[in-house]
Design a protein around this ligand. Sequence first.
Ligand code: COA
Length: 333
Amino acid sequence: MSKTTVFEGPIGVLGLGVCVPNRILSNADLEKMVDTTDEWIVTRTGIHERRILEDHQVPSDIAYQAAKRAIEESGVDPSEIGALIYCTYTPDHFMPPTACILQHKLGIGSGLCYDMNAACTGFIYGLQNAYAMIRSGMAKKVLVIGCDCASRIVDYTDRNTCILFGDGAGAMVIGEVPEGRGILGNMAGCDGAGAMLIYQKVGACAFPMTKQNIDTKDRYMQMNGREVFKFAVKIVTDAVEAALADAGLDVKDVDLLVPHQANVRIIQAAQERFNFAEEKTVITMDKYGNTSAASIPLALDDARKRGKLKVGTTCALVAFGAGLTYAASIVRW
Ligand code: COA
């Protein structure tokens, strides 16, 4: 790596791409699998359906498509991308990092290449890692991918979790953007006291998979939904306010709130606290559910397709997740 020089220009999004699997898992499908109803799921969460990987697919298949689209849109040659951050809690394997598989497939240049697990906050953590790398001069262009396929670790007999999650991928090429645009403010944090509120006990090194535990609920994701809900309602607005303060902006300067898509009631609570009009908020969980690290790029892509996101739009991105992690970034598109 050459000697680094701090970069002082604006840093932002050069290209955005997303990909979701074709297979749909609807609330009607779930009614046949667990004791639930479409009405309960829609009123309590806002979710109507979600996408699920085909049996023959692996997470990096959809991550690859999302990344390819982001790179194409950026117009950047892959070899000029100096770092790849793959945000996920559902990697293809523990080893090697999925980032390395994608680096090879996409033809990304040499530089830092790693998987990062900040659960559903992953994409914003990744974005802030990319920002810091470019600001410090370590890389000029960074590819950030958020991809999760919770369908591979969700218990489809547990109605508390299986109704919430869907699979998806989103990617961005980050680099220098014209003056007046880009990432304007950041905040990130973690409250490890809540680390076990969302967890998967078996499968890693504390409790490796054995013949005895392979068929138990311990090998799937488990969650205390009520406690996570309380945490989320508070942190969404606190995080946006902190990132706005970092940007030297006020909530009235925000054109578009782009929140992590976990539960529509969490988003409505933030809308009320900020006195935000519904059309200034992005909601995609109705069709994708909670796609974890892919949630923020999927929401941005959706907003762009609906004409809500244009050059100059000031967005407040905010997410929270297992850990408990949280982060917000203010981005002028
Ligand atoms: N269908 C029908 N009933 C269900 C159900 C389902 N899918 N899931 C739970 N219930 C039942 C519960 O068993 C409970 O019944 P009881 O009162 O007889 O015990 C009742 O509904 C209320 O449960 P509760 O957990 O209080 O519901 P809730 O309104 O808090 O909604 C979540 C549950 C999971 C939707 C909600 O807590 C949530 O979204 N939490 C945040 C989760 C999250 O965002 N996780 C990811 C973080 S990135």
